[in-house]
Design a protein around this ligand. Structure first.
Ligand code: SF4
Length: 206
């Protein structure tokens, strides 16, 4: 397009090779589809406008949604590459499903031996900010300039002061709540840690 002196953003492409000739055996129907695809592209091209590339500043920070082992590893990889990461997990601790496993297939390695060091690293990494017991409520903006709304659910514990000593769980009078970590098969107090190795933040405190 540019070589022909036209604005390159006026190009529309109907891919009748991948979407018709390579994937269909019925030639007549594939031809009908190709005609339709071309018609669609022609119709769209009528509304195309010339565009000019612009440069916009990019926020060099990543959001990772979900603090299971995949999210933890993604956050660590990005943070180790030198970028800030916000890691959002809806449960009270990162760890996800892997925290509930005993061994992993096929090597039967102990799952906590793989997961716990990564959880600790994510919890203490200077470039990772943990938001546990939190959910993403909205995403606005565009690539490099997203604005994300995160709702932190009430924990009723000041996480900047909590040391994780567990004394509150021992004296809590309400001990008959089904434990989410045990899929309801065990009971937990009203104030609790989901599992002994849990990591909650903020900003990597615990
Ligand atoms: S674990 Fe409970 S008792 Fe211990 S510091 Fe945290 S809130 Fe306080």
């Amino acid at each position: 397009m540019a070589a022909a002196g036209l604005n390159p953003y006026l190009l529309e492409m109907a891919n009748i090779r991948e979407q018709c000739s390579w994937v269909h055996h019925d030639k007549d129907k594939a031809t009908d589809k190709a005609i339709e695809l071309i018609g669609l592209s022609v119709a769209k091209a009528r509304y195309d406008r010339s565009l000019k590339p612009i440069r916009v500043p990019v926020t060099r920070r990543a959001l990772v949604i979900g603090g299971g082992v995949a999210g933890i590893q993604a956050a660590l990889d990005i943070a180790d590459s030198g970028y800030e990461v916000v890691l959002v997990e809806r449960d009270p601790s990162i760890g996800g499903k892997m925290a509930g496993l005993s061994e992993t297939f096929p090597t039967l390695d102990c799952s906590q031996c793989i997961l716990t060091p990564r959880m600790v690293e994510a919890g203490q990494h200077p470039r990772i900010r943990l938001y546990t017991y939190s959910e993403v409520e909205g995403v606005d903006g565009f690539i490099g300039n997203f604005k994300v709304t995160i709702r932190q659910k009430a924990r009723y514990v000041d996480m900047t002061k909590c040391t994780g000593c567990g004394e509150c769980s021992k004296v809590c009078p309400l001990k008959r709540n089904p434990s989410e970590f045990d899929y309801g098969m065990g009971m937990r107090p009203a104030i609790y840690m989901p599992f002994p190795q849990s990591r909650a933040g903020p900003a990597g405190d615990r």
